[in-house]
Write a protein that binds this ligand. Structure first.
Ligand SMILES: Cc1cc2nc3c(=O)[nH]c(=O)nc-3n(C[C@H](O)[C@H](O)[C@H](O)COP(=O)(O)O)c2cc1C
Length: 196
């Protein structure tokens, strides 16, 4: 299923086509080249002073790392994310030799959006999740104290919404995508005065 953004003017296809599905094709096997492309895209994201705070824990379905990441997800996310081909945890490194890394979370966000857009470029889909236990990730992957797990990401091939089984999940999958109107999004002269 596709759910392209309904935009007021055409935007780059990668961004228009990106969305966060929960229905994945459980038979799809991701290649190591595809995994490499996702991580390369994330690696080349900009960051404050090129401090590069983003790191990823990577689990391909069928491996212990996948099961370990899946086990850290909350039950609502686990219910669908088990069909993904790849699970990642996005981690921000908060210190370096100069001390605290400024804008570390911002840097991880930029890297993760790169990764997600690269998934679309590969004909795959991706879904970011805050619903996981950072403490469980720390324990499972022996993270140092300055490595902060911030986001889980499911990647895979799109599946039919019916794989979600429960009616409410299928309806949510098919629901329209919404955004604030541009007038409430970009301002000029004073806060609240639409730029366009
Ligand atoms: C940081 C972050 C955390 C999110 N956490 C979850 C989550 O735990 N579970 C979930 O189903 N979706 C989660 N989402 C997906 C959002 O709900 C989704 O991106 C938003 O509704 C917009 O939909 P779209 O991505 O399809 O445009 C998260 C997205 C982001 C960026």
């Amino acid at each position: 299923m596709r759910k392209p953004a309904v935009t007021s003017i055409p935007i780059a296809a990668l961004m228009a086509e990106r969305w966060s599905p929960r229905a994945y094709d459980a038979s799809f096997v991701i290649t190591s080249e595809q995994v490499r492309a996702l991580l390369e895209a994330a690696r080349w994201a900009p960051s404050f002073g090129n401090t590069q705070p983003a790191r990823y824990l990577v689990g391909v379905r069928g491996t212990p790392a996948f099961e370990a990441i899946l086990a850290t997800l909350n039950s609502g996310n686990r219910a669908w994310a088990h069909r993904a081909s790849l699970l990642l945890i996005g981690v921000m490194v908060t210190t370096n030799e100069k001390g605290a890394v400024p804008y570390a979370e911002y840097g991880l966000g930029l890297a993760s959006e790169n990764l997600v857009l690269q998934a679309v470029e590969l004909g795959l889909v991706a879904h970011q999740m805050a619903g996981f236990s950072a403490d469980a990730v720390r324990a499972a992957f022996s993270l140092p104290s300055d490595a902060v797990p911030k986001v889980a990401i499911a990647v895979g091939a799109p599946g039919h919404p019916d794989v979600l089984e429960e009616d409410w999940r299928i309806e949510r999958e098919k629901a329209e995508r919404e955004r604030l109107p541009l007038e409430e999004f970009a301002f000029t002269d004073e806060w609240g005065k639409p730029a366009l």
